[in-house]
Design a protein around this ligand. Structure first.
Ligand SMILES: Nc1ncnc2c1ncn2[C@@H]1O[C@H](COP(=O)(O)O)[C@@H](O)[C@H]1OP(=O)(O)O
Ligand SMILES: [Mg+2]
Ligand SMILES: [Mg+2]
Ligand SMILES: [Mg+2]
Length: 310
């Protein structure tokens, strides 16, 4: 069976299954109560949940796709053995049965770069904002995000924590969510709740949006766009890394959104690249919202250039 399924679909199916297992692992760490928090820098936390979830995802992908390049956020040793059920065998049929164009059939595991954020929204996780937590896996081919997985372990429906997994293959399909349109003729932006600075606050004054939604996590903010709560997610400076944005970009692009840096340029997701998204992010659900945000960043740059000259 698996011989006939394109490798990229098997890789996405495995990522969907591994992200869900990582979500279980995250919940178990929290339930046990010993988070093992480390600050990797300034306001840059890592917990036992981040470490264990990454082990699960990387070991799963590595066991099936030996040629794949896997780049995870956490700098941890992967030589120690992990519980056998952390290496997930499942490849859900709703992904492997997708029909995809012939060029995607030619992709081999060596062509795929997996960008893995085992727990996005770590600060919010430690502060109890659990619905802000996601597991992100993006699969890039030829430097571009092709497949994305956003797993939200604490997604709640009717007061019950159910969890959910959003996925997409650019140009092929998406699932795990329903796209809800945002209010027309408005601009609501979503921004950080825990990493703000003067540059962001100045940009918000200049942008003067109809609403500002301050929540944690890159994956969670992408969900705000999909659910019609905001039109654009902006980060004016560095802070985000490719593992925060690869899955987000694939999913938003597959529903007609646009993700670039603040100058309108695309980031490259090849294995050779520096992981840092140095020139910020504009992630928008549509072209018009993206344009509105980009023009404000352009004005800010022009103002800065003028004040340097005078
Ligand atoms: N200054 C920073 N240092 C480290 N990670 C950052 C920084 N800013 C943002 N991030 C990452 O981007 C995500 C979105 O940022 P924010 O929640 O502030 O909007 C954060 O959850 C965090 O991912 P992670 O939690 O995976 O480390
Ligand atoms: Mg982190
Ligand atoms: Mg992150
Ligand atoms: Mg993380």
């Amino acid at each position: 069976m698996s011989e006939t399924v394109p490798t990229i679909l098997r890789a996405l199916a495995s990522s969907v299954a591994a992200a869900s297992k990582a979500g279980e692992i995250i919940k178990n760490v929290l339930t046990k109560g010993d988070l093992g928090i480390v600050d990797k820098g300034v306001n840059d936390l890592q917990t036992e949940a981040d470490r264990s979830a990454q082990k699960c995802i990387v070991q799963t992908l590595r066991s099936k796709f030996p040629g794949m390049t896997i780049i995870g956020e956490e700098d941890i040793s992967l030589t120690a053995s992990v519980p056998s059920d952390w290496i997930v065998k499942d490849e859900p049929g709703f992904i492997t049965s997708l029909s995809c164009p012939s060029n995607l059939h030619e992709i081999t595991d060596k062509d795929i770069v997996a960008w893995v954020d085992p727990l996005d929204g770590t600060r919010e996780f430690t502060e109890g904002f659990l619905d802000h937590v996601t597991v992100l896996i993006g699969l890039a081919v030829k430097g571009k995000p092709l497949c994305g997985v956003i797993h939200q372990p604490y997604y709640t429906e009717d007061g019950v924590v159910k969890g959910r997994t959003l996925w997409a293959v650019v140009g092929v399909g998406f699932g795990g969510f329903q796209l809800k349109p945002a209010l027309n003729d408005k601009l609501i932006v979503t921004v950080t709740r825990s990493h703000s600075d003067k540059i962001l606050e100045d940009a918000l004054i200049k942008l003067n949006p109809d609403g500002i939604v301050r929540v944690g996590g890159a994956g969670h903010k992408a969900i705000m766009l999909i659910e019609g709560i905001a039109h654009a997610y902006i980060v004016p400076t560095k802070g985000l890394k490719r593992w925060d944005t690869c899955a987000v970009e694939a999913i938003l692009e597959s529903v007609g959104g646009k993700v670039t840096d603040i100058h309108g340029n695309k980031y490259v997701y090849s294995k050779e690249t520096n992981a840092s998204n140095d020139t910020g992010i504009i992630a928008a659900i549509d072209e018009i919202s993206h344009k509105k945000c980009q023009s404000v960043f352009q004005e800010q740059e022009n103002d800065a250039a003028c004040s340097l000259k005078s």
